[in-house]
Design a protein around this ligand. Structure first.
Ligand code: AMP
Length: 112
């Protein structure tokens, strides 16, 4: 059986997190090792390994949810970066789809 990811444990409140926004399908919480003054992770509550596995209906809802997170974190107008890592070459550490939302800092344009 597949082991629960750390993010599923966060959804199930087995591990604490600093929640930014939540609804029945998605959770947004502060990254434990922030790379910018605003660094929020946005995940579907249902386990999906990475972006390759999302369908368009859920992605549509997730886009709306991400825009709300951008709003409540105050970066919608000042600007932000939205990043999702997919698979080994990207350096994805947690195999549970998540978007990083980073803002309130002038970000380096070099993606490496
Ligand atoms: P990625 O490399 O895209 O898989 O990113 C995983 C992210 O999860 C990293 O930025 C970590 O700092 C973050 N992270 C890992 N464990 C936790 C946790 N318990 N709470 C919040 N963020 C976490």
């Amino acid at each position: 059986m597949r082991e629960k990811t750390i993010f599923e444990k966060i959804v199930d409140k087995e591990i604490p997190s600093k929640v930014v926004l939540e609804d029945s399908d998605f959770l947004a919480f502060h990254d434990i090792a922030p790379k910018a003054p605003v660094h929020v992770l946005i995940i579907p509550k249902k386990w999906i390994k990475d972006f390759n596995g999302i369908d368009s209906e859920l992605m549509g809802k997730m886009s709306e949810f991400i825009l709300k997170v951008a709003d409540v974190t105050g970066v919608k107008e000042s600007g932000y970066r939205l990043v999702t890592n997919i698979g080994p070459d990207s350096g994805q550490e947690v195999p549970h789809l998540h978007f990083h939302l980073l803002g309130k800092k002038k970000l380096d344009a070099n993606f490496g």
